[in-house]
Ligand binder design. Structure first.
Ligand SMILES: [Cu+2]
Length: 165
């Protein structure tokens, strides 16, 4: 007599790993330089409230309202003090010579804006990359918004904006 054992048991192993947020946990430092233009921008704004763990909202970009009005000057100086620029946010007249005084080896200066807490270099920025030396002057001719940042410390707030009027 044949024993009809139902060996064929369909094992449906549906292991659906939907933990897609495991790979995107929080900004592991500015050193990587992975400046991608892909879709990481969406949805990350909601992460900020859970990650910080304090009442510090974190470094915020300049607003025009807080920008120091230096439009009556023909030349201004932006210094770096610790990990902050001073003045951080400024308004200048077109044609103003803006001199950055810093240690560019420790605080590499870049023109570009902050996206998701990381500095993104703008190749068209009048503030050209500075990685050595202690002083650099840029004459800002064109009206507009000129954001800049420190390549090492942008994620912890070392950035600013100059509005050219
Ligand atoms: Cu820095």
């Amino acid at each position: 007599m044949a024993r009809a054992l139902p060996w064929f048991v369909p094992v449906v192993g549906l292991v659906v790993a939907c933990g897609d947020d495991a790979s995107s946990s929080g900004g592991g430092g500015p050193g990587g330089g992975s400046v991608s233009s892909s879709a990481t921008a969406s949805g990350s704004s909601s992460l900020q409230s859970s990650g910080a763990g304090g009442d510090d909202p974190g470094p915020q970009p300049c607003t025009l309202a807080e920008a120091e009005d230096l439009t009556d000057q023909t030349a201004i100086t932006v210094t770096s003090e610790g990990i902050k620029y001073e003045p951080r946010c400024a308004r200048v007249a077109a044609g103003t010579a803006v001199t950055f005084v810093s240690n560019f080896q420790m605080h590499p200066l870049r023109g570009g804006e902050i996206v998701d807490g990381q500095g993104v270099v703008d190749p068209a920025s009048p503030i050209t990359p500075q990685s050595s030396g202690t002083e650099a002057t840029f004459v800002l001719e064109d009206a507009g918004e000129v954001p800049y940042f420190c390549a090492f410390h942008a994620s912890i707030g070392m950035f600013g904006t100059i509005w050219v009027e």
